[in-house]
Design a protein around this ligand. Structure first.
Ligand SMILES: *Cc1c(COP(=O)(O)O)cnc(C)c1O
Length: 445
């Protein structure tokens, strides 16, 4: 019997549903094995490989609102949401329409466009510290550009970063941190030469370091969201502002994850501290590849072509990404943030209830629409050492139990969980039931 072909699952070369007659309908495992033979580890971002939770990933075929479907047609309630990039939910009709319209006008030109201008204006309007904005293609590019800019502007080399913060795959920011003490110049991964992090000092989160006149920039996640979710303690961000001012260092808020998620003006609006530079990504592309650096005019105009700090990008300010991003920012009204925060609070509560009725110590700190999960302990977390008290193997058990209940969490114990406009009350109530069964199951095994 010839099975009819399904274009998302068929692995025949050049398959389209109308011309292919079922040369090969592939399972998740078959597809992933084939990926792994062409792509190292089968993934294009390491976390996706399930290495820290074990097992093989589901291969996504499509997504809509709160749900993703894998290649076998299984539907999951999705709490990954592209790590927060699709804040409106998957395949939001307004985003899809904006993408189609923009694509019909051409996908990239190598010349200025009105779409990039409008997105820059939309960011400046909402985030007053961003007097000028420059676009690139990812959060990683944004942080590497911000670092070069801060160094070029100050004429200094030293960077200060915080243990457990994440700023993408930028060499100078991939430094290893020690436990509770400041460490300087130790590469955080193979392939980063000692010289690339020789001027990078790693200090504990939530403690204001004493700086000196060698420091070009302090770069910080104003709410840490890559070591679980850790809020800044009172006085931390304003203390960084004062200390940077004292020595003439540039204060960079890495708002790649918090930007346009903790409200229209991000973490800086929420905590009322004005950085010199801000990096963006994720939400500002409406789910398409983008990054941006915004900041004080005087610093931003140190960038080429006005100033001596080089920056360029073939696809930077991409017309499709900026069209999607502009649509997302337009739809993110105050009412939408209130609703998303309500849902995030509900998510944290229902996960807490599920774990506590299973007798599993856990807590789910949330700031705005960001929800973190600390599994296996319920003591407060203010820095990376605290976060590391997480029971990683229990997280892995919970992760797989949730997946068996058709709920997709991030395959790593230190990632945030995301709800969007697709997670309505029905989805959240189904999620609560699933989480209760999954938590009990995780504890039992
Ligand atoms: C995701 C993230 C980045 C990296 O952005 P990419 O687009 O993945 O390169 C940088 N900083 C923070 C805080 C992030 O959450």
């Amino acid at each position: 019997m010839i099975e009819l072909c399904d274009p998302v699952r068929c692995v025949a070369a050049g398959c389209s549903a109308t011309t292919c007659t079922g040369v090969g309908l592939a399972s998740n495992d078959e597809l992933f094995a084939r990926s792994a033979a062409a792509i190292p580890g089968g993934v294009n971002s390491s976390i996706r490989a399930f290495k820290s939770v074990g097992g093989r990933p589901y291969v996504v075929a499509r997504a809509e609102g709160a749900h993703v479907w894998d290649a076998e047609g299984t539907r999951y309630i999705d709490l990954v949401q592209s790590y927060g990039a699709v804040i409106l939910g998957h395949a939001h009709p307004a985003i899809s329409a904006a993408v189609s319209r923009a694509a019909a006008d051409g996908t990239s030109y190598g010349a200025p466009t009105a779409r990039e201008m409008k997105l820059a204006e939309a960011i400046r309007e909402r985030v007053p510290s961003c007097e000028r904005v420059r676009f690139m293609n990812s959060g990683t590019e944004a942080t590497s550009t911000a670092v070069r800019l801060a160094r070029g502007y100050t004429g200094r080399d030293r960077l200060v970063i915080f243990h457990g913060n994440f700023h993408g795959a930028t060499d100078a920011l991939l430094a290893a941190g020690g436990s509770g003490v400041a460490t300087l110049g130790i590469p955080g991964t193979a392939g980063v030469p000692a010289g690339a992090v020789g001027e990078t000092l790693v200090v504990p989160y939530n403690v204001v370091p004493t700086l000196d006149e060698t420091v070009a920039a302090v770069i910080v996640e104003p709410v840490a969201a890559n070591m679980g979710v850790v809020a800044p303690i009172d006085g931390f961000l304003s203390g960084l502002r004062a200390e940077c001012d004292r020595v003439g260092a540039v204060l960079i808020f890495d708002e790649v994850i918090t930007g346009f998620r903790l409200g229209p003006s991000g973490a800086q609006g929420r905590y009322n501290v004005r950085p010199d530079l801000t990096t963006f990504g994720k939400v500002i592309g409406g789910g398409l590849p983008i990054g941006a650096v915004g900041g004080r005019r005087e610093i931003m105009e140190t960038l080429s072509p006005l100033g001596p700090v080089f920056h360029a990008g073939t696809l930077a300010g991409n017309p499709i990404a900026t069209a999607a991003g502009l649509t997302a920012l337009d739809l993110l009204t105050d009412d939408v943030y209130v609703e998303l925060e309500r849902r995030a609070t509900r998510l944290a509560e229902l996960l807490h209830d599920a774990c506590s009725s299973a007798g599993l110590p856990a807590h789910f700190p949330h700031v705005g629409t960001l929800v973190g999960a600390f599994i296996g302990h319920d003591s407060p977390v203010v820095n990376f050492d605290d976060a590391r008290r997480t029971d990683e193997s229990m997280y892995a058990r919970l992760f797989h139990a949730m997946l068996a209940e058709r709920v997709a969490m991030a395959p790593g114990a230190y990632e945030a969980l995301f709800v969007g406009l697709g997670h309505d009350d029905q989805v959240l109530s189904d999620l609560a039931d699933a989480a209760h069964r999954a938590a009990a199951d995780a504890v039992a095994h």
